[in-house]
Design a protein around this ligand. Sequence first.
Ligand code: SF4
Ligand code: MG
Length: 295
Amino acid sequence: MNDVSAHFHQVEMKPKDFRSEIDPVWCAGCGHYGILSGIYRAMSELGLDPNYTVNISGIGCSSRTPYFVKSYQMHTLHGRAGAVATGTQLARPDLAVIVTGGDGDGFSIGGGHMPHLARKNVNMSYVMMDNRIYGLTKGQVSPTSRKEMKAYTTPYGGVEEPLDPVLYMLTYGATYVGQAFAGNPKMCARLIKGALEHRGFAFVNIFSQCPTFNTIDTANYFKDLVVDVEEEIDLGDVMSAMNRVQQMNHEGKLAVGLLHQSHRATLDEEMSRLIAQVGGNADYDLQTIIDDSRP
Ligand code: SF4
Ligand code: MG
């Protein structure tokens, strides 16, 4: 594990100190409250300085999260949070970059961006608030919805198999992959904290109930199925994680815990290396690249 003090500005703040002046507007019983509490706790334990932290989101109920966190915030376009976060991280590698968003925003509208965040190993923490539905637009199936789900877009049940977020991210080379349930904010906090400490693309998928529009993936449904498999996995071996997750899926269970962690150069490190190699400033300098690319 990296020493966070080596790459983040730190302050002493309690979890409640990370609340912004805006109160969450989510429905009563929404799982996102548990995740938000995990974010506050992780930020407090790491002592992340809000002046050097940026929360970025796309569109959706979960994408409102940056409003509720004391830090810099960008509420961007639907599905584009990862792309904006990539630019932010390259321009300001001294910031802690957190993306919060939902399953529809990330894997449908923004589906084209997700594999590239992983393969490029962009140094950011992506917290996926996975309620298997579009909540903000009032209940349409998303890429993680169960096939049998009936929603406004599937009144007779769905015809498409769901996507598994952690298998997807493991396949594309994310260097930190975890999964949790919103009903366990302690585990959410531990995995988000680990994601922030990790140098590279860190992805945490968090099952989150939407009692207003998803009546089948309830808090009790998730609670009964989650199994902490962290101790059973060789964290450095991606195949170990994939096999265990697939086995759990086959048994109708949901694997949670830290599933994978490995280390390789991040995108900003590769850019710095390249600039040094071609005789530029070894410190990453976006302007140098822009100037050099002009005809
Ligand atoms: Fe949460 Fe669903 Fe309400 Fe959105 S619609 S705030 S996801 S419960
Ligand atoms: Mg959703």
